[in-house]
Design a protein. Structure first.
Lengths: 436, 314
């Protein structure tokens, strides 16, 4: 009995030690180039890493591709939040493992990937039938030696969404052509219109615009040079586009024309529904959000007018990884998903605005009207904004972070009573820290 | 031959007796080494470099530059101060209320089981859910708190943008979640205090309040110390509540003016917004060193106090 007992104890100890070793060994990496995709018995499996609502799965396009290509299976993994997605993508890129065959790229990250990870992406410049994109869109993912690391999906051309009923109460025109004339060609006229609104509006609790940062972003996103020059040096301090946008946004903030809200944050959504502000600068993809949050009771009260200048906020690409074992099949899939017909279809289904010049001309895009926004011809308005954007936009590695820092800097003026100079100094310090 | 078998047997026997205990505790220590000790050392190594998340394979040696830069970084001192004030604001009322609540639950009352379970439900709620609901309550234009303030004729408070309002709001989330939990710990300790002491105190003419102060509190002293330690650890790690309260970019920076950024959030900002792993690792180590400092200071104070007591008793 005692012998058996010691035996059991001994073997237990061995098992325990082995288990402990196994745990450690389990932490080691497995095959490095494994993307989960591959070809087996003539069956092709392609994996995709996506985020947010890029729409391919939601609108049933992946299913349709599988039906048209019976030997292809697509496995898409969709992260809800782009920030989380990109953090994971970065670690996967650094480790060279855990990547999918196809990875989504948000435009805010495009420059960083073009600069630091271009070799890990396959070149898509020679994929047949991909000459249909807006030139500025394609340039965002083209390296210095003309390699294209992604194909464009959607874009976010900007307009101004406004409340007709509130404009009428303030004695401003309500017709979208006349409203666009109020600020045609110059954002400072938009702020002037705000002053007119403020003096004309009888009553309380309604601001002209939601936030100063919305105005700031629209002014930056419409110009060819923003926070960086072509050499990748920061130019926000001396670029007149940035300082001009800062001055005007600060002016709007201190003239009390803003509701001091932050877009997509609590307070903003109920503000859309209850009308605490009369305008918001809106990229095309924001319309779905506004109509959902403002709800059916505000249908027909909102309208869309052309912005003073064309600008773009957001948009994505699909890239193929160089290490993918099914690179050619993945390229074919990406080309198909971003083809004009599919882009037009996604616009119809989900409102993702096409980055393909050809799709912009398709009747289902060009003639599209939004019933919720007083039947505004959104295809025409946003399409015109998309064509106004300069062909060569200089992006920078930390554009997204810098944009957030500027938004917070404007909040310092808007909601915390800081002076414009103090807020600029804080903003400049933060940019230094975030990019250094 | 026989000797050899005997020797072999004793060898195995001795290995069994001496070695087996180590083998049994090995799993814990191996896991500890892999998931705690190794990361600790690797973090220290990273903190001596300039390295970005997108290129972890390229590390540039900078020595102690990250630490000296952190020492003169006002964001660090701001975060440290916020962590302290948020800790005090959330811990002190929390424990006092828990004590009061436990005292009430200690009385014989109808449906005591219900009240005890009810006290524990906030604890069972996830940080995310609780913080989200509180964020909505504290919303500026359409939040319930400002609506209630409006009913009694007060001006709406800009909860997120005002420094102390924001810290109060965040503390209230922590207080709401942890008061019931601490109350139950106190209650359990109170039930272990023998009834005879209360009877004796009552005979001596002690009022209810005197009984509470002189009998109950000393009786549950060790539990009180335990909850203070636990809440202090929780306070230094405060992260989820302010992150969710700020929503989006403001959550990571703890407000547009960093008015409620804790050390945990500053670490997160450096690591997962600026992607500067070297600087993030430096903050992690600074937090670790701070905890050690607090621990040492506490030991010194305790020893001094003990010496003082022994001297005065002589």
């Amino acid at each position: 009995m005692s012998v058996r007992k010691t035996m059991t104890r001994r073997s237990l100890a061995v098992v325990a030690a082995a288990a402990a070793l196994g745990l450690v060994a389990g932490c080691g990496g497995s095959g490095a180039a494994d993307t989960g995709g591959g070809i087996k018995d003539g069956k092709v499996t392609i994996t995709m890493g996506l985020y947010g609502v890029m729409g391919f799965k939601e609108a049933g396009l992946l299913e349709r591709y599988e039906k048209e290509h019976p030997n292809v299976t697509i496995k898409a993994e969709i992260a809800g939040d782009e920030q989380t997605y990109y953090t994971a993508l970065q670690t996967h890129l650094a480790a060279g493992s855990g990547l999918k065959d196809i990875q989504g790229i948000e435009v805010g990250r495009a420059k960083e990937l073009v600069d630091t990870r271009a070799t890990t992406f396959a070149d898509l410049s020679k994929v047949p039938g991909t000459g249909h994109f807006l030139p500025w869109k394609q340039n965002q993912v083209t390296t210095a030696d003309k390699k294209v690391i992604g194909l464009g999906t959607d874009i976010g051309p900007m307009a101004v969404c406004y409340r007709k009923d509130l404009f009428a109460q303030a004695g401003l025109p309500t017709d979208r052509e006349k409203v666009a004339e109020l600020w045609a060609g110059d954002w400072s006229k938009y702020v002037d219109a705000g002053r007119k609104f403020k003096s004309g509006f009888k009553g309380d609790g309604v601001a002209f615009m939601d936030s100063a940062s919305g105005l700031f972003n629209a002014m930056i996103y419409g110009s060819s040079r923003q926070f960086y020059d072509t050499k990748g040096e920061l130019i926000h301090r001396k670029n007149p586009v940035v300082t001009g946008a800062w001055d005007l946004a600060a002016e709007a903030a201190s003239a009390d024309l803003t509701a001091k809200l932050r877009q997509f944050q609590p307070g903003w959504d109920p503000g859309l529904a209850n009308g605490t502000f009369a305008t918001t600068v809106c990229p095309a993809w924001m319309l779905a959000h506004i109509s959902e949050k403002a709800g059916p009771k505000n249908k027909g009260k909102w309208d869309v007018a052309k912005a003073p200048k064309g600008a773009n906020w957001g948009g994505s690409f699909l890239g193929v990884m160089e290490q993918s074992p099914v690179k050619d099949e993945a390229k074919k899939l990406v080309a198909w998903l971003t083809a004009p017909e599919q882009q037009a279809y996604l616009f119809e289904k989900l409102g993702n605005f096409p980055s393909s010049e050809k799709a912009l001309k398709a009747p289902e895009v060009a003639d599209a009207k939004s019933e919720y926004f007083s039947s505004a011809p959104i295809g025409e308005i946003f399409g015109a904004a998309a064509r106004e954007i300069p062909d060569k936009q200089v992006l920078g590695r930390k554009d997204g972070t810098i944009k957030d820092i500027f938004s917070q800097g404007l909040t310092l003026i808007e909601a915390q009573g800081k002076s414009k100079d103090a807020a600029w100094k804080t903003t400049d310090d933060r940019i230094k820290k975030a990019t250094g | 031959m026989a000797l050899q078998t005997y020797r072999r047997r004793t060898f195995w026997h001795r290995l069994d007796v001496r070695g087996a205990p180590y083998a049994f505790v090995a799993p814990f220590f191996v896991v500890f080494a892999a998931f705690s000790f190794y990361p600790l050392l690797y973090t220290a190594w990273i903190s001596l470099h300039r390295v970005e998340l997108s290129s972890m394979d390229l590390m540039e040696w900078v020595g102690l530059d990250n630490f000296t830069a952190l020492w003169v970084d006002e964001r660090f001192w701001n975060a440290l101060a916020n962590t302290f004030t948020l800790g005090v604001l959330s811990t002190v009322p929390q424990l006092l209320m828990a004590l009061g609540l436990a005292h009430l639950l200690h009385y014989r009352l109808r449906g005591s089981a219900f009240f005890r379970v009810a006290a524990l439900t906030p604890y069972a709620t996830s940080v995310g859910a609780a913080a989200l609901v509180f964020t909505m309550l504290f919303e500026r234009d359409f939040g319930m708190i400002n609506w209630l303030l409006g009913l009694v004729g007060m001006d709406p408070v800009n909860w997120e943008n005002d420094k102390w309002a924001a810290q109060l709001a965040i503390s209230s989330i922590v207080i709401w979640r942890w008061t019931g939990y601490n109350a139950l710990l106190y209650l359990a300790a109170m039930q272990a205090v023998p009834d005879e002491r209360y009877e004796a105190a009552a005979l001596d003419g002690a009022s209810r309040w005197q009984q509470f102060r002189m009998v109950t509190i000393p009786g549950i002293r060790s539990t009180v110390v335990f909850t203070i330690v636990l809440s202090t650890i929780g306070a230094t790690q405060l992260f989820g509540e302010p992150l969710i309260f700020g929503q989006g970019p403001n959550g990571i920076t703890g407000g547009a003016d960093n008015q409620y950024q804790t050390l945990g959030l500053l670490l997160y900002e450096e690591g997962w917004k600026n992607y500067q792993m070297g600087r993030a690792a430096t903050i992690a180590w600074a937090m670790f060193l701070l905890l050690i400092l607090v621990f040492v200071a506490q030991r010194v104070v305790k020893r001094l106090a003990a010496r003082h007591v022994s001297r005065s008793s002589q």
